[in-house]
Design a protein around this ligand. Structure first.
Ligand SMILES: [Zn+2]
Length: 267
C-alpha cells in the first residue's frame, strides 16, 4: 500500500500539467541543469488527468464521471456520496472491497487526497489507486478494505485554492468541525472506523525555503506518522510510535531508496 502512495505521489509531482484555475506564471522554474535530473517517468496512467493530450488537472465533473464508470465496470467498487461542499459539489468516497461490501474481519484503510485544493498530486494519485484496486488481479483487497476520498476539499480542488470556500483550512478543522468538508470526513471515520488513514499532501521545495535559506529543499518525499498532540499521553496507544516505525516507515524505506527519491521522515 505505502509503496503505491509514495510512487504515485512522486510521479504526479513531476507531471507537467496545467489547470484552468492554475496560474503557471507563479510556478518556480528549475534551472535546466536541475530539471534534467528529473525526466518524466516511463509510466502511463489512464485516469482523466493523465490521458494523452490532457493539459488540465482532473475536474470535479471528470472525477464523478470516472468514478461512476469505475463502479459500473467493477463489482469491487461502490461509490458513496458523503454530502455536499459549501459550493454545492458532492464529495464522493470510493469503497473498494473484494466482495463488493465491507468485510468486517479485515482492517480498513482510509485514504484522503487534496484536503488542500492546490495540492493536486494526492487527488490524482487517489484516482489511479482506485482504478488499480478495482482490477480483480490486484490481490490487496483480500487483505484490507480500502476507502478513498479523492478530494477532501472539492471546492478548493476545483478552484485550485488551499482552503475551503469560506477560507477555512479543512486540514486544521478536524477538532472544531466548522466546515461541512471536515464533518463529512469525520462522518466517514466514525462510520467505518479505519485502522489506518493516509492523508496525501504536497509540500513546497521552493517558496519559504528560498526566502529562509536561499536554497531548495532536497527532499522529494516526506512521510509523517500520526502524532496526536491533543491527546493526553495516558490516552495515546503506548505502541503507536513503534508500530508506525515497523509497519509504515520500514516498508516504505526500501522503495523510496530504490527509486532514488530523497526522503525525510517528517516529525
Ligand atoms: Zn497540504
Amino acid at each position: 500500500m505505502q509503496r503505491y502512495i509514495v510512487l504515485l505521489l512522486t510521479l504526479v509531482a513531476h507531471a507537467s500539467v496545467a489547470h484552468a484555475q492554475f496560474d503557471p506564471t507563479k510556478v518556480m522554474r528549475e534551472a535546466q541543469s536541475v530539471a534534467q535530473r528529473f525526466p518524466d517517468p516511463a509510466v502511463h496512467f489512464s485516469t482523466p488527468g493523465f490521458r494523452p493530450g490532457r493539459e488540465d488537472f482532473t475536474s470535479h465533473a471528470d472525477v464523478l464521471a470516472f468514478l461512476e464508470a469505475l463502479s459500473q465496470e467493477s463489482p469491487r467498487v461502490r461509490i458513496e456520496i458523503l454530502g455536499l461542499s459549501q459550493g454545492g459539489l458532492s464529495m464522493p468516497m470510493v469503497l473498494l472491497t473484494d466482495s463488493g461490501k465491507i468485510n468486517s474481519r479485515l482492517p480498513t484503510v482510509l485514504i484522503i487526497g487534496q484536503q488542500h485544493g492546490n495540492e493536486p498530486a494526492g487527488g490524482e494519485a487517489a484516482l489511479v489507486l482506485a482504478q488499480q484496486l478495482a482490477n480483480p488481479q490486484a490481490g490487496l483487497l483480500r487483505r484490507v478494505n480500502v476507502l478513498i476520498i479523492p478530494r477532501g476539499n472539492p471546492d478548493g480542488a476545483e478552484s485550485f485554492k488551499r482552503t475551503t470556500a469560506n477560507g477555512i483550512d479543512v486540514n486544521r478543522d478536524h477538532l472544531l468541525l466548522n466546515t461541512p468538508e471536515s464533518r463529512m470526513i469525520a462522518l466517514a471515520v466514525h462510520r467505518y472506523r479505519p485502522q489506518l488513514m493516509l492523508d496525501l499532501h504536497e509540500f513546497t521545495v521552493g517558496g519559504r525555503w528560498v526566502e529562509k535559506f536561499g536554497g531548495l529543499m532536497k527532499y522529494d518525499a516526506l512521510v509523517q506518522a500520526a502524532t496526536v498532540g491533543n491527546l493526553r499521553s495516558a490516552d495515546r496507544h503506548p505502541r503507536a510510535g513503534p508500530l508506525c516505525a515497523t509497519y509504515l516507515r520500514k516498508p516504505c524505506e526500501p522503495w523510496v531508496d530504490v527509486l532514488f527519491i530523497p526522503h525525510h521522515w517528517r516529525h
